[in-house]
Structure formats: structure tokens, C-alpha cells
Design a protein around this ligand. Structure first.
Ligand SMILES: NC(=O)c1ccc[n+]([C@@H]2O[C@H](COP(=O)([O-])OP(=O)(O)OC[C@H]3O[C@@H](n4cnc5c(N)ncnc54)[C@H](O)[C@@H]3O)[C@@H](O)[C@H]2O)c1
Ligand SMILES: N[C@@H](Cc1c[nH]c2ccccc12)C(=O)O
Length: 355
């Protein structure tokens, strides 16, 4: 990877390589854009195959956070951090060293819990910096609100693609029954949908089968089911040439980040197959809305009002994509970039006035 070319192409403001000897720490903090406000992005910990894979993850996820905040109309920018390590080797020293790196950014980057971090780990990071959210879980953690946002996104897609206000009798395949996926199943079940589910944990799948009458399928069978909606709530990269080839669903709407394996190729493939795709960073903004509201003083009414924007924003994106004959992914990007450009123009005007 040609580092500066990539960073320039993706529009990042700053990428920090954090290294320490004692304790041994390797982390990357990617700040994509702060036009709308400080960069918010949770921290994940993974034993990446190589450093390039870690960097790619941080760059792509941080850009996703910028677009996520812009589409959700939240006045923050996008960032993301990855700690390159095996989660089996967590230590207090490691998280405190990481916290000091975050603190040195003096609020340009605000972080919290993502893949393989626990609320306890985030609490340890917060011993070194105040620029952490979700420590107290004042609002009950982000997953329930993320699931509600996904549910609203599914309803918007059903309205646009199937011209229906109801989910009654629709078949939905849910991949991943973790914190978000299980809540999505509950909301779908309560609204009359028929569930087909999978998880690598047999225990989770059996529990959802018992509780919501779902049909359990093997992990590699979930993509090709004859269903109306596919809701990916587990991993990224699941929309690829192989899975899309056999996909029969009319709608894809789920919580997972970075669903498209290769953005341009696979968003185009979705258009060609006539599948309506709800861009991941639009439909899964509930978690960000939640932590943002925690940061400014949690107000449930306000948070839910912002959450409901997901429904209207998706309808706007679908209509824009149809009108311009572009992918929904491209339409979402356009919307986000317009909002960021407007914010920059206002900032520039304010600077001229105050000069
Ligand atoms: N938690 C949030 O608020 C939030 C917000 C935005 C986006 N997301 C994204 O949504 C997704 C789910 O988040 P979560 O908090 O529910 O995570 P989680 O870890 O609680 O759940 C993920 C589930 O997926 C299952 N899984 C993993 N690999 C699988 C596979 N190959 N096939 C089937 N199931 C598999 C796991 O066993 C687990 O049950 C993630 O991609 C996350 O980045 C979550
Ligand atoms: N990880 C969530 C949002 C989130 C949860 N906790 C956070 C802390 C800081 C910033 C963002 C978050 C997402 O991908 O949308």
C-alpha cells in the first residue's frame, strides 16, 4: 500500500501510529474528518494478519464513522482506532498506555468500546483520559438502540422496495445473534416477520429458535435462502461476489460494519441484481447516536428523535439512488459529503467574519 496516496484518496486528516516498548503496544488511530466536530470512533483489538490489514481496517472504518455521523445529523467527525494484539493478552498497562496516546490528542479523538473490548477495558483506558464515552453505560449500552435503528431501516426498505408499511409474514434471514442481532430478531418477531437465523454459537441460535420460533440454518446457508430480507448482524465483508451470486433477498439491511467486500464492485453488483441495499453506516448509526447523547447529557426523547432520522434518511437515499441511477452506497456518500461540505463552508464564513 502506498500510504500517503491511500490517505489522500480517502481524505484522512491524520493517522497516528502509536508504539511503545514497555508495555509493548502497537495501535493505529485514524482521524478521518473533523469538519462537523471531534472525531468519534470506538477502539477494537484484533491480532490482524499483518499491519496493512490493521491500517486498512482503521482507514475504512474511520471514514465510515464520518459518513455515519453526517447521515445521522450528529455534529461529530469520524475516527477509529485499532490495537494490534491478541485479546488473550490484555493487560491493565496496555490499556493505560493506549489511554495516554488518546489523551495526547486533547479531544480531537473520542473513543469507546468496539470488537474485543469490554466496558471494564474502557474503564481502564478512562483512568488516563477523559476522551472516552460509554464507560458508565448510562443509557444501557449501544446495542438495543442500534437494533431499533436497524429495525427502522428495515421498515424504510420494505416501504420503498415492497410498498408495504407492514412486516407481517415477511421472511427475514438474520446473520449473527449477538447483542444487536438478537434484539433485531425480537423486534421482527413482535412485528410478525418469519425468522431464519444463524450464528457460529449453537447456543445462541437455539435460544432464538426457542424464544422467537426461528428456523436455524448453518452459517454458510444464510446467504442463499429464499427470503425477502437479509439482515447481516455479525461480520464485515459478507457482501462479496460469491455470496451475492446466490442471494435471493430483495433487501439487505443489517447492523454489521463494512458489509461490502469491495465497495464499488459489490454496490454495483447489488444494483444489477435489483437488491435494495441499506448502506451500513446509515442503518447502524444507533450506537453512535447513543454514545453522542451520553456525551452531551443523555436525554432519551432526543436520542429517539435522532434515531428516527434513520428511517427518513434512508428513504431519501433510496429515492436519490433511483433518480440518479446510482447505487444506494454512492447516494449515501453523496449525501454525507454534501453535509460535510456545507459545514466547512459555514465554518469558513464564521472564520472570515471573526477575522
Ligand atoms: N453494538 C452496536 O451498537 C453496534 C453499532 C454499530 C455497528 N455494529 C456492528 O454490528 C455487528 C454486530 O454487533 P454486536 O454488538 O451484536 O456484536 P456481537 O459480538 O455481540 O455479536 C456478533 C455475533 O455474530 C456471531 N458470528 C460471528 N461470526 C459469525 C459467522 N461467520 N456466522 C454467523 N454468526 C457469526 C457471533 O457468534 C456473535 O453472536 C458488528 O459488525 C458490529 O461492528 C454494532
Ligand atoms: N462502534 C459503534 C459506535 C460506538 C459505540 N461506542 C462508541 C464510542 C465512541 C465512538 C463510537 C462508538 C459504531 O460502529 O457505530
Amino acid at each position: 500500500m502506498n500510504l500517503f496516496d491511500t490517505v489522500q484518496e480517502m481524505g484522512h486528516e491524520q493517522v497516528l501510529f502509536c508504539h511503545g516498548k514497555d508495555p509493548d503496544i502497537k495501535a493505529i488511530i485514524a482521524i478521518h474528518d473533523t469538519s462537523l466536530g471531534p472525531a468519534m470512533g470506538a477502539t477494537r483489538m484484533l491480532p490482524y494478519l499483518n499491519e496493512e490489514a490493521a491500517l486498512k481496517d482503521a482507514l475504512r472504518l474511520s471514514r465510515g464513522m464520518t459518513y455515519k455521523a453526517a447521515c445521522a445529523n450528529i455534529p461529530v467527525g469520524g475516527g477509529k482506532a485499532v490495537i494490534i494484539a491478541d485479546p488473550a493478552h490484555k493487560t491493565e498497562d496496555l490499556f493505560r498506555a493506549y489511554g495516554r496516546f488518546v489523551d495526547r490528542l486533547q479531544g480531537r479523538f473520542i473513543t469507546g468500546q468496539d470488537v474485543n473490548l469490554t466496558p471494564e477495558n474502557v474503564r481502564t483506558i478512562s483512568k488516563e483520559t477523559n476522551y472516552v464515552v460509554g464507560v458508565e453505560e448510562k443509557s444501557g449500552g449501544p446495542a438495543p438502540i442500534t437494533a431499533q435503528g436497524v429495525f427502522l431501516g428495515i421498515k424504510a426498505a420494505v416501504k420503498f422496495r415492497l410498498q408495504s408499511e407492514s412486516l407481517e409474514g415477511l421472511k427475514v434471514a438474520v446473520q449473527g445473534l449477538g447483542n444487536v442481532g438478537r434484539n433485531v430478531c425480537q423486534l421482527l418477531h413482535e412485528n410478525g416477520a418469519e425468522l431464519f437465523v444463524t450464528d457460529i454459537s449453537q447456543e445462541k441460535a437455539e435460544e432464538v429458535k426457542r424464544t422467537f420460533g426461528a428456523t436455524v440454518v448453518a452459517p454458510d446457508e444464510i446467504y442463499s435462502l429464499d427470503v425477502d430480507i437479509f439482515s447481516p448482524c455479525a461480520l464485515g465483508g459478507i457482501l462479496n461476489s460469491q455470496t451475492l451470486h446466490s442471494m435471493k433477498a430483495a433487501i439487505i439491511a443489517g447492523a454489521a460494519n463494512n458489509q461490502l467486500a469491495q465497495e464499488e464492485i459489490h454496490s454495483q453488483m447489488l444494483v444489477e441484481k435489483g437488491i435494495l441495499y441499506s448502506p451500513d453506516y446509515v442503518i447502524n448509526a444507533g450506537g453512535l447516536i447513543n454514545v453522542y447523547n451520553e456525551m452531551i447529557g443523555y436525554n432519551e426523547e432526543k436520542a429517539f428523535k435522532q434515531l428516527h432520522n434513520i428511517y427518513d434518511t434512508l428513504l431519501e437515499i433510496f429515492a436519490r439512488a433511483k433518480q440518479q441511477e446510482i447505487s444506494t452506497n454512492e447516494a449515501a456518500k453523496q449525501l454525507a459529503e454534501e453535509r460535510i461540505m456545507n459545514a466547512r463552508k459555514i465554518k469558513n464564513k464564521e472564520m472570515i467574519v471573526s477575522c
